[in-house]
Design a binder for this molecule. Sequence first.
Ligand code: 2AM
Ligand code: CA
Length: 247
Amino acid sequence: MNQEKYIAHHLEVALQASKSAGSLVLEAGKAKHISVRSKQKNDFVTETDQAAEEHIIGILKEHFPDDAIFGEESGKTGTHERGRWVIDPIDGTTNFFRSIPNYTISIAWEMEPFKPLVGVVYNPRQEELFWASKGHGAFLNGQPIRVSDVDDVSKALMVCVPPHRRHDLADEYFERMRRIFLATSDFRSLGSCALELSYIAAGRFDGYFERCLGYYDLAAGMIIVQEAGGKLESADPGQPFTDERCD
Ligand code: 2AM
Ligand code: CA
């Protein structure tokens, strides 16, 4: 199979897995009581996060048994040689268990670390499916999307997410946030990095600043932003992307 077809096949399976996991998560979200476990400060997991990740991995493995996996809940398996899947089964777990509709299934695939070739972000509550593959553009429910054409920073609608897991960084963070706020028009924060990046790709927001993201939070959104004409960089040029969060 040539490279183009190989990438297209990964995209097709990622779309299938995200839709299927989306139905599972949507159904589980209807329960009267969702039990929540705290992994660490402001970092939560439910049984549905774990079930959705297993479900996604099952589908991916059926088609690509040799690919490596990096999932937020189950960690890493395999080596990078044949490519790697990066999965956040529910990005926006706090929104999920509070019944706020801003949560997504986020699935990326890459051959080289931190250079995703395929990204799929699905918001099952709002039935919005974002995807991109390298060189083929970004899409929302089948329609091409582009980043906004706002070129006046003072008009920019920004995403700024406080360091909810690292309150020790609050002073430094809010000082930066203050400067960004004074230079731009306003902020939004949706509680799902993958969704926020997808909204940037769709031109709904103009920029994003956050510290201490996990790679599984941003991998799929990253290629969607890039294919929609946007840029995504590590906030600290001396510290490129890593698998580990800074907490
Ligand atoms: P998660 O739901 O997969 O943990 C970066 O902002 C990431 O942190 C989000 O993508 C989301 O990932 C989580 N998150 C965002 N806001 C949060 C909050 N207030 N409390 C806990 N987790 C949050
Ligand atoms: Ca998650």
